[in-house]
Design a binder for this molecule. Structure first.
Ligand code: 13P
Length: 242
């Protein structure tokens, strides 16, 4: 299966830095889908910087409503209109910082899909949940709540304790979680759940990418810190399975 290497810039990046970031990535990486999700104001300029390059540009969130009196929110139809292809939904930082619950993530996924965006729904357990042996139960519940019927998008498994910490789960733990997510998706979505890409996210770096990306049912990576430097992002993409 063709893997996707996606960057989540979070609240990082500058307009001044875009051209320097885009140039080394402009040729793409054969056999691998590339996506960068910068902050909202950089989406349009990044699409322009990657014009003609095989690199998609997406958003990190969208509103559940399509338009109206929602100060500070950004609508999925507008994101689609300016050329965004994907939208990350339910990232643990949005669940933690903005109180986003799974039901809202599910409704945002419906709105995004209707607008023509491809959602990437994030799930993942906290350290306390992992240490108490509840990781798979927590993630199953997040999937049941966040993934709408008929969903056509991607899932990203991001253990909260691995994000920005330099810690990663063991290969066996990633394999077990991705197998569990696959089983949930098949149960919820039938055939559509069989081929859906399940990305791994959390401290993916050039040094550990090959090992993580070779794990069965890992369909690619969602990368925070290491997506900010083109060389690191490219090195991770080159480690992807083809
Ligand atoms: O949250 C992440 C991507 O969405 C992962 O972030 P890091 O790669 O910085 O750990």
């Amino acid at each position: 299966m063709r893997q996707m290497i996606a960057g989540n810039w979070k609240m990082n990046g500058t307009l001044a830095g875009l051209a320097g970031f885009a140039a080394p990535l402009a040729a793409g990486v054969d056999g691998v889908d590339l996506l960068i999700c910068p902050p909202f104001p950089l989406i349009g300029p990044m699409i322009a910087a990657f014009a003609g390059a095989p690199v998609a540009v997406g958003a990190q969130d969208c509103a559940v409503e399509v338009a109206g009196a929602h100060t500070g929110d950004v609508s999925a139809p507008l994101l689609a209109e300016i050329g965004a292809s994907h939208v990350i939904l339910g990232h643990s930082e949005r669940r933690a910082d903005h109180g986003e619950r799974s039901a809202l993530v599910r409704d945002k996924a419906r709105t995004a899909t209707a607008a023509g965006l491809i959602p990437i729904i994030c799930v993942g357990e906290t350290l306390a949940e992992r240490e108490s042996g509840e990781a798979e139960t927590v993630v199953r519940a997040q999937l049941a709540g966040s993934v709408p019927d008929g969903f056509a998008g991607l899932i990203a498994y991001e253990p909260v304790w691995a994000i920005g910490t330099g810690k990663t789960p063991t290969v066996a733990d990633v394999a077990a979680m991705h197998a569990s997510i696959r089983a949930s998706l098949k149960k919820q979505l039938g055939d559509a759940g069989t081929a859906m890409l399940i990305l791994y996210g959390g401290s993916v770096k050039p040094a550990n990418a090959a090992e993580l990306l070779a794990i069965p049912e890992v369909g690619g990576a969602l990368i925070g810190g290491a997506s900010l430097e083109a060389d690191d992002f490219l090195a991770i993409a080159q480690a992807a399975q083809r």
